[in-house]
Design a protein around this ligand. Structure first.
Ligand code: NAP
Length: 294
């Protein structure tokens, strides 16, 4: 039997992910709160719905790819939410990046109606979504993970089940901590190079071949050199992800001082009104502190 998929949240990430599912011949029902956001998918054969409840009523698996924790709570548990339309044993896969503890609460609420849930946040950005090459970090029951693995294989390449409910979101928080601090490190390195009369572009080229090389240096390093901060991954979303890490540190009673520093720099970037820029615009905060343009 063909699995019917519902998709809610058709922004930078959700739209190409939905298109890849259509290409893989899955019947797709979609919902976006702005109807024009659905057109790219309905032109390819997706069915437009009026609310998440309607999407859920005609789907076996419902994927959410919205912004933040309250948005996921709203589309899953709110009025006209998924919970009011989903059948027992259907699977809700939340691929947004949200709070691990809220994820566990949502999974618990859904389970009371026999609805399964996986948290499956992603890394790899817009290009990874377009190419079907995302890294997917999954939390939830192993048997449910195995059931929907063919869907993940359409969307991603590196798919890892990291534990029970919330484990995917914890893994994603770890991912964002590493990226934020790497962005700070790259910005500092480029500023030191520039002020020392060494071309930061040549520094990037040299570092890429050694131990300091990374995808962040490759992609965001080039964006910083070009001052091209078209998103990509919006700074306000990275700030949201760091808030999730900070809240987790608070809940668990642990210190994450490096992450806290990067969070403060992202806060300053948002304060400058640059929340819609790519998160690599973080470099501009450090440029201002030192009075140096990379
Ligand atoms: P985006 O372009 O802002 O898209 C988010 C979409 O969700 C928008 O279309 C928005 O609708 C919709 N939405 C938000 N709240 C909603 C609500 N309450 N009800 C219905 N729809 C709602 O963001 P994105 O870049 O695709 O990111 C989506 C998620 O993936 C985020 O959690 C983000 O942290 C994560 N992520 C993003 C990237 C990346 O590189 N972009 C990479 C990895 C993970 P409107 O259009 O009406 O605002």
């Amino acid at each position: 039997m063909t699995v019917r998929i519902g998709f809610i949240g058709l922004g930078i990430m959700g739209r190409p992910m939905g298109l890849n599912l259509i290409k893989a011949a899955y019947p797709l029902s979609v919902y976006a709160r702005r109807p024009d956001m659905m057109e790219a998918l309905t032109h390819q054969g997706a069915t437009a719905c009026e609310c998440p409840q309607e999407v859920a009523s005609q789907s076996d698996v419902i994927i959410t790819m919205v912004s933040d924790t309250p948005d996921v709570e709203h589309v899953i548990l709110g009025e006209k939410g998924i919970i009011h339309g989903a059948q027992a044993d259907s699977v809700v896969i939340d691929m947004s990046t949200i709070s691990p503890s809220a994820t566990r609460r949502i999974a618990e609420t859904l389970s009371k109606q026999g609805i399964q849930m996986l948290d499956a946040p992603v890394s790899g950005g817009e290009q990874g979504a377009i190419d079907g090459a995302l890294s997917i970090m999954v939390g939830g029951k192993e048997e449910i993970f195995q059931r929907v693995l063919p869907i993940f294989e359409v969307l991603g390449k590196n798919i890892v089940h990291t534990g029970g409910h919330g484990a995917g979101q914890v893994t994603k928080a770890c991912n964002q901590i590493v990226i934020a601090q790497t962005l700070v490190a790259i910005s500092e390195a480029f500023i030191l190079a520039k002020v020392s009369g060494v071309d930061p572009a040549k520094v990037r080229a040299a570092l890429l071949g050694g131990f300091a090389g990374s995808r962040v240096l490759e992609t965001h390093g080039q964006r910083i050199l070009d001052h091209n901060f078209e998103p990509g991954f919006k700074a306000r979303l990275h700030q949201k992800d760091m808030r999730i890490s900070m809240e987790a540190a608070h809940e668990m009673g642990i210190a994450l001082p490096g992450a806290a520093l990067a969070t403060q720099q992202l806060n300053a970037l948002i304060g400058e009104g640059l929340g819609e820029e790519d998160s690599s615009a973080l470099a501009t905060i450090l440029e201002r502190v030192s009075g140096i343009t990379i």
